[in-house]
Write a protein that binds this ligand. Structure first.
Ligand code: MN
Length: 607
C-alpha cells in the first residue's frame, strides 16, 4: 500500500525535444528543466522560462521538474518548481504515424536496427518497429562510420529528427541508447506480433465465381501473406514473369498491388526502386541465365546496402520440373520463392504433390485442384493482387487480357471477358492489345521498362490506345509477310481424323526479327485450323528444336508424353523441353534430329 502511494506521488516529467521551440510547449505539462542563473530554467537550448517559486529550490539539483503555469507568446514562459521524486516519461512513437507534416520535429522510437549502410557521406541506419521502416542518417565526417557501437539486429531507443528529402520522409539519428535485454526481447516480440497482424492478407471476394479459385484460396492467402511480410521486413522483391502477354498481365497486376505498399512502409517513393525489381524471362521457366542475374544482383545489394535475401515471385513460370534446378540454386542463397503458374507441372506423386512443391514456399497452380492451363497465370496473379492490397487499382481487365494472350477457353475466361467488356474493352480491342504487348515484349526482352509497360497495360488508357494504333500496322505487315512465307513452304498432310502441318521454321523465319519462331508457328497453326476445320497438329522444326501445337480436340495429346518417349528412344539426343500439354517446345542436339523426327512422326501418326 505504502509503495503504491509512493509511486503515485512520483512526478512524471517530459523532456522537451532538442530542436523544439516555444510553440511545442504545452500549458500545465510538466517538463524536466535545467537551472540557470537569475531564476531562469531552460527546457532545451531554445526555450527557457521564469521560475515563480525559486525559494523552494534545493540548490544542489541542476535538473528539476517544472510545471508550465503561463505561456505568453512569443517567448514568455512561467514555470513552477515541483517538489518530490520525479521520473522522466519516455514517450515513444510509431514509425507509421510520421508524416511530412512532422518534418523538423523530434521523436523517440523503439526499433530494431535492420541494416547499416556506410555511404561516402553519412552512415544510414534502417530502423523497423513493426509499424513501418525509416532510414536515419548520421554524419561523422565524409565516409566515416557514425555510432560504431551500433550493430545490426540491436534493439534501441532512438531519438530521431524528421527531415524531408525530395518530398520523402527521412530522419537524422540524434541519439540512441541500447534497450535493456528484457525490453529488447519485449520489443522483438511486439514487432513480430505486429508484423504478423499487418501481413494478414485482405479477405476479399474473387472477381468471378470459380471452383478453381475456391479450392486455391488457402494458397492464395499464404502467397499474399508472404508478399506482405516481405514488404514489411524490407526484404527486396524480385518479380519474374514470362515475357508474353499473360506473363506481363500477371506481373503488372502484382506490381500494382506491391509498389504502393513498399512506398507506404518506407514513407518514401524511392523505396520502390530500392526494394523491388521486375524482370521478364524469355523462357517459360526459371532458367539459369535468369538465376545468375538475380543472384548477382541480390548478393551485390547485400554487400553494398546490407539488404536481406530476396523474395522471388515467379509468375507464368516457376511451376514445372524444369524450374527445379534454378529454384534450388536460388534457395541455396537463402531466397524465398513463391510461384503463380499454369504450365503443366509434371506428374503428381502418390500423395498428390506436384514435383516443384517441396522446393518453393508456396505454389499456386490450377493443376493442383483439377484445373488446367486455361486458368492462366495472369488471372491467378490479378486475383492474388487484391489479397495483397485490396485498394489495388487498374487490374480489372488484366485477367481477360491474359486469357486472350494465352488463348484461354472456358467459363472463367468468359466471365473475365464480361468484366472487361463492362469496363468498355471489347474482345476485338483486347486481341489487338495482346498482340501489341507480345510485339513490345519481343523488343523489351529482359528489360523491365516500368513506365512503358505500365502505360501499355492501362495505367494511361489514352496512351495505351495510341500505342496500339501506332504499332498495329507495322506488326500486321510483319506477320502477314511471315505467314505468306510459312504457308508457301509448309507441308500439310490431311489425314482422316487429323491434319498435320509441318514447317522448317529455321528456313522460313528471320532470326532476330519479329515475329519469333514460336509466334510464327502459332500463326501457321491458326491458319490451318481455320481453313481445315479439323483437329490439327503443327510441327515446326529448326536445326535443334521442334515447336509443337495441337488443337484441344486431338484427344490425349500431351507434349510431355512425347518428351518422355523421346528420352527413352533417343537417349543420346540430349532431349529437353516443356510448355503446356498442347503447345510447347522440344530441344535436342542437331546430330539427333533425324532420330528425333522418326519418334515425333511415330507419335503424331497415332492420332
Ligand atoms: Mn501463360
Amino acid at each position: 500500500m505504502e509503495n503504491k502511494q509512493k509511486e503515485n506521488n512520483t512526478i512524471k516529467a517530459h523532456k522537451l525535444p532538442h530542436s523544439a521551440d516555444i510553440s511545442a510547449v504545452r500549458l500545465n505539462q510538466i517538463y524536466i528543466g535545467k537551472i540557470l542563473p537569475n531564476k531562469l530554467v531552460s527546457l532545451n537550448k531554445h526555450v527557457k522560462g521564469k521560475l515563480i517559486n525559486k525559494d523552494k529550490l534545493d540548490k544542489e539539483d541542476s535538473m528539476i521538474p517544472v510545471k508550465v503555469v503561463k505561456i505568453t507568446l512569443p517567448y514568455g514562459l512561467e514555470l513552477e518548481y515541483l517538489e518530490g521524486k520525479y521520473e522522466l516519461v519516455e514517450k515513444t512513437h510509431d514509425i507509421a504515424s510520421f508524416s511530412l507534416d512532422d518534418v523538423g520535429r523530434e521523436f523517440r522510437i523503439h526499433a530494431l536496427l535492420e541494416s547499416i549502410k556506410q555511404t561516402s557521406g553519412p552512415t544510414i541506419f534502417t530502423l523497423f518497429d513493426g509499424s513501418g521502416t525509416i532510414s536515419a542518417k548520421s554524419f561523422a565526417g565524409a565516409g566515416n562510420r557514425a555510432f560504431p557501437e551500433l550493430e545490426e539486429g540491436m534493439a534501441i531507443s532512438a531519438m530521431l529528427q524528421l527531415m524531408e528529402y525530395d518530398n520523402n520522409l527521412e530522419a537524422e539519428l540524434v541519439s540512441f541508447k541500447r534497450l535493456e535485454e528484457s525490453k529488447g526481447e519485449q520489443l522483438k516480440r511486439k514487432i513480430k506480433g505486429a508484423a504478423e497482424e499487418k501481413a494478414m492478407p485482405s479477405d476479399v471476394e474473387f472477381f468471378i465465381k470459380s471452383d478453381i479459385l475456391d479450392k486455391l484460396k488457402p494458397k492464395i492467402m499464404l502467397f499474399a501473406k508472404i508478399v506482405k511480410k516481405a514488404i514489411l521486413e524490407s526484404r527486396p522483391i524480385i518479380l519474374r514473369h514470362h515475357a508474353d502477354c499473360d506473363g506481363y498481365c500477371g506481373g503488372i497486376a502484382l506490381e500494382r498491388a506491391i509498389l504502393p505498399l513498399i512506398i507506404e512502409n518506407h514513407n518514401n517513393s524511392r523505396a520502390c526502386w530500392q526494394y523491388y525489381r521486375r524482370a521478364p524471362s524469355k523462357a517459360p521457366f526459371y532458367e539459369y541465365a535468369d538465376v545468375v542475374k538475380d543472384l548477382t544482383h541480390s548478393l551485390d545489394n547485400k554487400e553494398r546496402f546490407g539488404r536481406k535475401e530476396p523474395l522471388v515471385i515467379l509468375v507464368d513460370n516457376g511451376g514445372t520440373e524444369e524450374d527445379i534446378p534454378g529454384i534450388k540454386k536460388m534457395k541455396l542463397y537463402g531466397a524465398q520463392i513463391i510461384v503463380a503458374d499454369h504450365h503443366y507441372p509434371g506428374e503428381k506423386d502418390e500423395n498428390g504433390n506436384i514435383p516443384i512443391d517441396p522446393y518453393v514456399d508456396v505454389n499456386v497452380t490450377p493443376h493442383a485442384v483439377g484445373g488446367d492451363g486455361n486458368y492462366t497465370a495472369g488471372m491467378l496473379a490479378a486475383e492474388i493482387a487484391r489479397f495483397i492490397n485490396n485498394e489495388v487499382r487498374d487490374i480489372e481487365i488484366l485477367p481477360a487480357l491474359a486469357g486472350v494472350g494465352d488463348r484461354s477457353k472456358g467459363d472463367e475466361f468468359t466471365n473475365y471477358l464480361r468484366i472487361a467488356e463492362d469496363k468498355g474493352f471489347s474482345h476485338e480491342y483486347l486481341k489487338k492489345l495482346a498482340k501489341t504487348i507480345d510485339f513490345e515484349a519481343y523488343y523489351l526482352r529482359f528489360i523491365e521498362s516500368r513506365g512503358l509497360v505500365n502505360d501499355l497495360l492501362g495505367a494511361d488508357i489514352n496512351k495505351q490506345k495510341e500505342l496500339v494504333e501506332l504499332m498495329l500496322p507495322d506488326m500486321t505487315y510483319l506477320e502477314q509477310e511471315q505467314l505468306k512465307a510459312s504457308k508457301h513452304y509448309s507441308v500439310i498432310d490431311e489425314k482422316e481424323s487429323v491434319v498435320i502441318a509441318r514447317l522448317d521454321i529455321g528456313k522460313v523465319n528471320r532470326r532476330g526479327s519479329y515475329p519469333a519462331a514460336g509466334k510464327a508457328t502459332g500463326m501457321l497453326h491458326d491458319w490451318v485450323v481455320e481453313t481445315r476445320k479439323k483437329p490439327v497438329i503443327t510441327l515446326s522444326s529448326g536445326p535443334d528444336f521442334i515447336t509443337v501445337r495441337a488443337t484441344e480436340d486431338v484427344k490425349g495429346f500431351n507434349i510431355h508424353d512425347l518428351l518422355k518417349e523421346l528420352r527413352e528412344k533417343v537417349p543420346h539426343g540430349f532431349i529437353e523441353g516443356g510448355g503446356h500439354e498442347n503447345a510447347g517446345t522440344v530441344k535436342f542436339i542437331g546430330a539427333a534430329k533425324e532420330d528425333v523426327m522418326v519418334v515425333v512422326d511415330g507419335y503424331v501418326n497415332r492420332f
